[in-house]
Design a protein around this ligand. Sequence first.
Ligand code: FES
Length: 161
Amino acid sequence: MSELNRRDFVVAAGAVVAAACACCSCESALAAEAPTSAPSASSSGPIDVGTKADYPKDGTIFDKLTKSNRVIVVRNEGKIYAINSTCTHKNCAVKDKNGEIVCPCHGSKYSLYGTAIKGPAKGSLFRYGIALNDKGRIIVDKSKQFPEKQWDDAGASISAT
Ligand code: FES
């Protein structure tokens, strides 16, 4: 190996280690928040997140699917909606912490609507499509996405009552 190649190798190896460490900090933080239970779900396709009875009052946050499916379901102001739980800062999975949506990686906080209220994250979390099926099950449709300006659109939330 020539001197130049050896130097290039050391630089490249350092970059790989740095990237792995950056990733590890997120992964180790996420490992501590692994869901303990979850309704039937997969990482793609429709996701069953229970019934309206599972969201008995405003302020209910269901975050058991935040790591596996990147979804948090919230009941707020009489509506139930599904928030994409990927932090807009560096993509860690946000979670419920004492009734707040927080990112374990760098401390960002989001309102129950999904708007960033404490940095470093700045952008809001988009929502997924949500509907009630004929069996009374709440189904999240990840193929439909609603950015903040579309949160009032049909399909972005359901009535909680
Ligand atoms: S990844 Fe969420 S605050 Fe940095």
